[in-house]
Design a protein around this ligand. Structure first.
Ligand code: ADE
Length: 425
């Protein structure tokens, strides 16, 4: 539904879904105490007064809390989806109706609509961009370089976006500060590992109702997301194989107790394949052709490029929807391959993304990264910036406090020992 045909102020599926969205946003808030404290402080201090802010995120109950916190801090915030299949339409409706936040996101939007929403976000002339995957920032640099002058800086949520920002820096086109939220300890240790681990299996189970115990599950990639996915797949009784290209990570996977082999060897063995590499075509034609009949493939990496679906389509004699988010490709060799969520990130397509408790820390980092950009306006060098260690530590401290867990403190003698190079023998 569109507010006005000429200049829409929002584009969501149906505002009538707002009541349900409001209830679900409230539920998520129970698990987001750190972001709540930040929001309350922002409401007092108004760090974003006069700041135009665009967030390109998965539109979920957790993102709703981030958007509400930024608006409470005075931001003129606009939200678009960072993936065509990840929007929770009820959340989008509630943000518009209950919080007056302009949202342009509809679950299942086509690629043209997705890119049109990116343009609408840039029409907002942002001073700060929160990006998840790098599409808004890349579009700004490619198509609207004159708007870079408006920028205080940007923040990036995910590994894929950081890889793109590094490539931009190496090409000499990253001419503004970009905060690397992904690499904060309180982000990737928890979100990428435990968040992806749980939500990926949640998405697979919701899409298929598959029993994982006893299945051979091939996890493609052993970065933080792969580590979490392999860990949880084993926890559910899967017999897990890991494939990798990085020799250090491959050793890690071996010593974590997984079988490691090339995809050519894993392809005929797997019942279920999960890609989490951030790279393209890690499962391709030669692999599909040797898979077991009925093998299931899905992706939990940011973009839908990891599984070569074009190659699969070329081999297919028919494609049919067998359940929601579940398509069966019948191949000329008589076997079938099942693809979940059209190769888009299954944890957000078929489930609700990472649980609120981890997004609490990820989005605390986002909120504080935005505040850091404003406080240091004009002082930061162009390029990627780490989240300051004090911010990372403070988020961890607040999270522990909210969990009711206290920890030890260094004694003065221990502090002295750690700062000394003469003691030790
Ligand atoms: N990325 C992964 N899970 C997410 C969530 N629940 N909300 C926003 N972004 C996410």
């Amino acid at each position: 539904m569109t507010a006005t045909p000429t200049k829409p102020t929002y584009e969501v599926k149906d505002l009538a879904l707002a009541a349900q969205g409001k209830q679900r946003i409230e539920w998520a808030g129970r698990e987001m105490p750190v972001l709540r404290q930040i929001r309350d402080r922002f409401a007092q201090e108004q760090p974003f007064a006069g700041v135009r802010l665009v967030a390109c995120c998965h539109v979920t109950t957790e993102t709703a809390h981030l958007a509400i916190a930024l608006k409470a801090g005075g931001a003129d915030a606009l939200l678009i989806a960072s993936n065509p299949l990840s929007t929770q339409d009820d959340v989008a409706a509630s943000l518009v109706s209950d919080h007056g936040i302009p949202v342009f996101a509809i679950k299942g939007e086509d690629n043209d609509t997705y890119h049109r929403h990116v343009q609408i976000a840039l029409d907002h002339r942002p001073n700060i961009i929160i990006d998840d995957g790098g599409d808004v920032v890349a579009t700004l640099v490619k198509q609207r370089p004159h708007q870079i002058a408006d920028l205080i800086g940007t923040t990036e949520e995910t590994t894929t976006g950081i890889v793109r920002l590094r490539a931009m820096f190496n090409d000499g086109v990253l001419s503004f500060p970009a905060m690397n939220v992904n690499d904060a300890d309180t982000k990737h240790f928890f979100d990428n590992r435990y968040g992806t681990g749980q939500s990926t299996l949640d998405g697979i189970i919701r899409a298929t109702n598959l029993l994982l115990a006893g299945k051979t599950i091939v996890v493609v990639g052993y970065g933080w997301c792969g580590k979490g996915t392999a860990l949880r797949a084993r926890g559910l009784g899967g017999n897990v194989i890991v494939t990798e290209v990085n020799p250090v990570r491959a050793i890690e996977a071996v010593m974590d107790g997984f079988r490691v082999m090339p995809m050519a060897e894993a392809a005929p063995l797997g019942d279920l394949f999960i890609t989490v590499t951030g790279n393209k075509h890690v499962i391709r034609e030669e692999h599909f052709l040797v898979m077991k009949d009925g093998a299931i493939v899905c992706n939990s990496g940011h973009f839908d490029i990891e599984i070569d679906l074009e190659a699969l389509k070329r081999q297919a004699t028919s494609i049919r929807e067998v359940r929601n988010f579940t398509q069966e490709y019948r191949l000329a060799n008589g076997k079938s391959v099942v693809v979940l969520g059209e190769g888009r990130l299954i944890n957000l397509a078929a489930a609700e993304g990472h649980p609120s408790a981890v997004m609490d820390m990820s989005f605390a980092n986002q909120a504080l990264a935005c505040e850091y950009l404003v406080k240091n306006k004009g002082k930061l060098e162009p390029g990627l910036h780490s989240i300051p260690t004090e911010v990372d530590q403070e988020i961890a401290r607040l999270k522990l406090q909210a969990m009711g867990i206290s920890i030890d403190q260094l004694t003065p003698a221990q502090v002295e020992y750690l700062n000394s190079w003469t003691s030790g023998t």
